[in-house]
Design a protein around this ligand. Structure first.
Ligand code: GLA
Length: 308
């Protein structure tokens, strides 16, 4: 069971105590991104990312998941001045540097984050970012560089939102990763972020079918950033259903929420996490424990309305 870890919360003993007690898998929420690791051009600062890695590995006795190597956001402002012709080298150099520092510290890395648009067509699914279209093949470049630079066992993931059930965004992600597989690009899996709400109508059936079509490409699935805003009962049920469904699909290999306490959520007003801001467990904790302890995944769902 995993969670994003906030660097700034590591000085809070309530936060660290609960993380250590309840979780054994973690991702740095922000400090392993470009803005933190390369704040100035050519200057690499790994201290904050190292601190979160160390907390996860040494204090939580956990597994570290890397997030992320290439994205259109959370980039330092100096990147705005980088010339188009220099972008590919910049990307390759960054991935090599990060890989040589972290080696196999993380069992998986999100190599590329959120590259696909919702409006674009499946034949041309990429959205305009710092990387695209200036480096038209930046995704392939990022994955090939990562494969050569990280030790063999480190899993390489494409991570995105809007892919918990079907829909345009999910279809575009599917087209992207299918194309990568067809071209022989070294991708191991897809991260389903799953920032959602109880009202959003994630269907268990759609979620399962969606995971299965990615799995049929030979890809693993990681639930990477789950949080669910809304009514506490519906939230508990939806957390349980998503966990249960992940457990039912053999290719779903990792399950993480985007934080664990509403005290440190990017969507705090929606109270989307399993523990409240006082660090008390909400019903979602019990419902997920029920799934985990039942041995089988056939749990009773009390109010199916939250999963249309
Ligand atoms: C996206 C990113 C995460 C994080 C969240 C918001 O989902 O992948 O790194 O920035 O948004 O907190």
């Amino acid at each position: 069971m995993g969670t994003a870890i906030e660097m700034k919360a590591l000085k809070n003993s309530k936060y660290t105590g609960l993380a250590k007690k309840q979780y054994n898998l973690g991702t740095a929420a922000n400090v392993c991104k470009w803005a933190s690791i390369q704040p100035e051009h050519g200057k690499f600062t790994f201290g904050k990312c190292d601190a979160v890695r160390d907390f996860i590995k040494n204090e939580m006795n956990g597994t570290f998941r890397g997030h992320n190597l290439c994205w259109g956001h959370h980039n330092p402002s100096w990147m705005d001045k980088v010339k188009k012709s220099d972008k590919k080298d910049l990307l390759v150099n960054y991935i090599k540097k990060v890989a040589s520092h972290y080696k196999d510290d993380a069992f998986a890395w999100d190599v590329v984050n959120e590259a696909v648009g919702s409006d674009n067509s499946p034949s041309q699914p990429l959205k305009k970012t710092f990387w695209y279209p200036d480096v038209p093949d930046y995704i392939d470049v990022a994955f090939s560089t990562a494969r050569a630079a990280f030790p063999k066992g480190v899993k390489l993931f494409y991570n995105d939102y809007g892919i918990y059930s079907g829909g345009k965004h999910a279809d575009n992600v599917y087209s992207l990763v299918k194309g990568m597989k067809d071209r022989g690009v070294p991708i191991d899996g897809v991260g389903f972020q799953m920032h959602t709400k109880t009202s959003k109508g994630v269907t268990v059936k759609g979620f399962k079918e969606n995971m299965e079509r990615f799995a049929a490409l030979g890809l693993d699935i990681h639930i990477t950033e789950l949080d669910i805003g809304g009514d506490e009962n519906d939230q508990a049920e939806m957390y349980a259903n998503i966990l249960k469904t992940c457990l039912e699909v053999p290719h779903c290999k990792s399950f993480e929420t985007w934080g664990f306490t509403d005290a440190y959520s990017w969507k705090a007003s929606e109270k989307p996490l399993p523990f409240d801001k006082e660090y008390h467990p909400k019903k979602a904790v019990a419902s997920m424990l029920q799934v985990l302890s039942s041995g089988n995944t056939d749990i009773e769902i009390t109010s199916p309305a939250s999963l249309v």
